[in-house]
Write a protein that binds this ligand. Structure first.
Ligand code: DI6
Ligand code: FE
Length: 397
């Protein structure tokens, strides 16, 4: 697939030099212009850009299996959160973990994603909620780049939940995020973007706006967890402040969609959280489509509401639960996911000049990637031109 719409080129060749794509076209055209030092015959396999998981909370300690059980017994996510469980139980475990612990606990989750052809992942902080712990989470996220062949985009989710020591004073906590947290992560060079959770159980629109202003002033891009559980007009607020993306969007209204269209804010859809929470309110897919808002799909991997480390399953859910087409799903984990990270000039499509991040699949057509459930047809992953050993252990060719 290359160019504007997802487009399948039959009998295609891709050439790369120094980690970048230098040719995409037909085999015949390639034979005329390419002088390959090394070539691999993919025997008709489908090649897509390396997949991009543009919204995860991959770094944390502990898990929330108990809480999962409570929810099965009828307790709601909101009730658990208000009783000091939920996000805060992960905060306690994460604060107690070293950076090494955080890296080691995240690696199996990362490996599950890489095994499905993911080459770029966004990772948020937000389970530390004090400056030291947030920096440790972001440091651990960055370290994953040294442990594996993957690009990590790190996001400071300083306004995820209120830390217990804030004693319910959200305004004072937001002051701390603005005056100390943002400057600390920026001077450590540990974050590309800032994110917040705009919700009744988290932060109000006014508080989010205050944090956005500080983040933008410090040179961070912004994103927002918007309208997931109720409509606080998060999508509109995100768009009006120039956010790269507004994520979740189950309760977004027409004004929110229109605002996103005006500013080109990407809609990041997270069917894993929708599924886990047994949500019934669908994001406004048809309106997003009609307004040409770019839609991305991500796992939202987190221990509470989306313990999902399969982007392929998120893709299947996006089609079955949200009714996205195959083309929309593929764009959602490639081009539009790149856009949601502000990296479309670098990754997300197969175009000359971009990094040669590829997923090579044991399928012939894109629909086969989306419709299977619990099956991984990855043949090989290519990161910056580097062919990783295939998941089955077979070499290339
Ligand atoms: N929305 C979510 O779904 C997650 N965070 C957020 O802002 C939940 C995080 C958790 O429950 O640990
Ligand atoms: Fe999230």
């Amino acid at each position: 697939m290359a160019g504007k719409g997802p487009r399948v080129i039959e009998g295609a060749s891709i050439a790369a030099r120094d980690g970048r794509i230098v040719f995409v076209g037909t085999n015949e055209e390639c034979a005329a212009v390419c002088d390959a030092a090394k070539s691999i015959d993919l025997e008709g396999r489908l090649v897509t850009p390396g997949l991009i998981d543009c919204h995860t909370h991959l770094i944390h300690a502990g898990d929330r299996a108990r809480e999962f059980e409570q929810r099965l017994n009828g307790v709601t996510y909101e009730q658990i959160a208000r009783a000091g469980g939920g996000i805060l139980s992960t905060v306690r475990a994460t604060r107690a973990a070293s950076e090494d612990d955080l890296v080691h606990q995240a690696l199996p989750r990362l490996d599950a994603l890489l095994a499905e052809g993911v080459t770029t992942i966004e990772i948020k902080s937000g389970y530390g909620l004090d400056i030291g712990s947030e920096l440790r989470m972001l440091g651990a996220a960055r370290r994953l780049e040294h442990e594996r062949k993957v690009t990590v985009c790190a996001t400071y989710l300083g306004a995820h939940a209120m830390p217990p020591e804030a004693n319910g004073n959200a305004d004072a906590y937001i002051d701390e995020v603005c005056e100390e947290g943002i400057p600390a992560v920026v001077s450590a060079g540990l974050a590309d973007a800032f994110d917040a959770f705009c919700e009744r159980i988290a932060f109000s629109p006014a508080q989010v706006i205050r944090a956005f202003m500080a983040a933008k002033k410090a040179g961070l891009k912004i994103k927002l967890h918007a309208d997931q559980l109720s409509n606080l007009h998060g999508a509109r607020i995100a768009a009006e402040h120039g956010a790269l993306s507004a994520d979740h969007l189950e309760y977004t209204d027409a004004a929110g969609v229109a605002a996103m269209q005006r500013t080109g804010t990407v809609a990041v859809l997270l069917p894993g959280a929708y599924y886990t929470l047994r949500e019934t309110q669908l994001p406004p897919i048809e309106q997003l489509r009609r307004h040409n808002v770019s839609m991305a799909i991500a796992t939202d991997y987190n221990p509470g509401t989306s313990p999902l480390t399969s982007l392929l399953l998120a893709m299947n859910m996006a089609s079955t639960l949200f009714r996205l087409t195959v083309d929309e799903v593929l764009a959602g984990v490639t081009r539009n996911a790149a856009r949601a990270l502000g990296r479309l000039d670098e990754i997300g499509t197969l175009e000359v000049g971009k990094r040669c991040d590829l997923a090579l699949w044991n399928v012939e057509e894109p629909a086969q990637l989306v419709y299977r459930i619990g099956f991984n047809p990855l043949h090989q992953r290519v990161f910056a031109g580097d062919v990783a050993p295939s998941p089955s252990g077979r070499g290339p060719g």
